[in-house]
Write a protein that binds this ligand. Structure first.
Ligand SMILES: Nc1ncnc2c1ncn2[C@@H]1O[C@H](COP(=O)(O)OP(=O)(O)O)[C@@H](O)[C@H]1O
Ligand SMILES: [Mg+2]
Length: 382
């Protein structure tokens, strides 16, 4: 059975491109790889025996080199591509069994896509572009305009609603694409290399914005990239494809520190851990207590399960308590969660621990020992 938390379930999906799919399928099922199948049948193996689940509310990243099958896979989710074999369920329903009318409704309201090249209508204003999906849904025009403006604000484009796409920078055009996808209020956002065409600075801007939006709206996002830094930054989990085969599905820490095979290991080896690891795998979430709750007894009990505690004083000051420090103060500094480990090194020279905050609120700690442990693991993997 499918758990309530599963949004998209992919079961044994194969996609063969070309006219001899039957023969190609038997070869693939007998264990033949992409190049052998191409040689023997002239068919391209787009996907081979893909099996995984995407949880509701997660940002799921699909990674792989060009030609590995990323676009082929994501296009199965809204049935722009039909599989040669296998099934895809969304909210438990096999989308391959949908009637034409159900499919239409699903594409309009259940799932929306942001494209790499923005896909905007050049002769329509920003606002018209944003609401075009709503117009298709038959939403009343006033309501559509209201929702359109809301999304334009959401992506920080207020004041630009009457401009035309070519009057905007690439980053702004992609915000329009994002606003359009959000306007349909679909639970699932598909983003196929949506940020790949953007300049690095604008790209990192867009990543922050997407994280912001995701924190507020909790969509299920399927995000394709060939950029591992981007994958680690955005993904709750990452899937790595090679030649149409799924090599690993796991958290950023999983693929970095526990690669499933040599291919994944080589794939992630290039990452400079000090630049790639933010919150992923490095800091530990710990209990946060108000100082009036932080009796020695209570702290000692909590420290049986946690490597440390954060105690917040009445005036908002924060300190860290560890088993070793019970009683004596330890030197700490606060750093935002998305700070790179590399940037936190200087702080660790002068302090014993870093308090990791999100929007100023303490969420975890990063000690010198934890940083060393993280780096040692990555050194072993490299
Ligand atoms: N319409 C098609 N006809 C034949 N082969 C295709 C078609 N679309 C994609 N392919 C092939 O399928 C493989 C996966 O392509 P694609 O999903 O576009 O990869 P990616 O998005 O990872 O770059 C590639 O070998 C590509 O050449
Ligand atoms: Mg692609």
């Amino acid at each position: 059975m499918i758990s309530a938390d599963t949004k998209i379930q992919v079961d044994n999906v194969f996609k063969i491109y070309g006219g001899n799919a039957g023969k190609a399928m038997s070869l693939v099922q007998a264990g033949a790889g992409k190049s052998e199948v191409l040689e023997k049948t002239g068919c391209v193996v787009g996907l081979s025996n893909i099996d995984f689940k995407i949880e509701t509310g997660e940002t799921f990243v699909i990674m792989g080199l060009s030609g590995s099958g990323k676009s082929t896979l994501i296009r199965h989710f809204n049935r722009l591509i039909e599989p040669t074999a296998g099934s895809i369920r969304v909210d438990g329903e096999n989308i391959l069994e949908m009637t034409a009318a159900q499919l239409l409704a699903f594409r309009r309201k259940g799932i929306s896509m942001v494209f790499q090249r923005f896909g905007l209508l050049p002769h329509q204003t920003v606002l018209e572009n944003v609401i075009c999906g709503l117009t298709l849904q038959g939403v009343d025009r006033r309501e559509a305009l209201r929702r359109g403006m809301e999304q334009i604000e959401q992506v920080g484009l207020k004041g630009f609603e009457n401009r035309f796409p070519k009057q905007l920078s690439g980053g702004m055009q992609q915000r329009v694409g994002l606003a359009r996808a959000l306007a349909t209020e679909a639970d699932i956002l598909l983003m196929d290399e949506a940020f790949s065409a953007l300049d690095p600075l604008i790209k990192s801007d867009m990543q922050e914005q997407l994280k912001d939006i995701q924190a507020r709206l909790k969509k299920t996002i399927v995000f394709i990239t060939h950029d591992l830094d981007e994958a680690l930054h955005l993904g709750d989990r990452i899937a790595i494809l090679k030649d149409g085969e799924l090599r690993q599905v796991g958290t950023g820490a999983d693929v970095l520190f526990r690669p499933a095979d040599d291919y994944v290991e080589r794939f992630v080896r290039k990452v400079d851990i000090s630049r790639a690891v933010h919150t992923h795998g490095a800091f530990t979430t710990v209990p946060v207590l108000r100082s009036i709750e932080a009796t020695e007894e209570r702290c000692a009990a909590l420290l049986l399960d946690a490597p440390g505690l954060i105690v917040v004083d009445g005036d908002g000051g924060q300190r860290v308590v560890t088993a070793a420090s019970l009683g004596k103060p330890i030197r700490t500094v606060s750093v935002e969660a998305d700070t790179l480990i590399g940037q936190s090194f200087p702080h660790l020279q002068a302090n014993d621990a870093i308090i990791v905050t999100r929007g100023g609120l303490a969420v975890g700690i990063l000690s010198r020992e934890m940083v060393f442990r993280t780096l040692a693991r990555s050194a072993r993997a490299a």
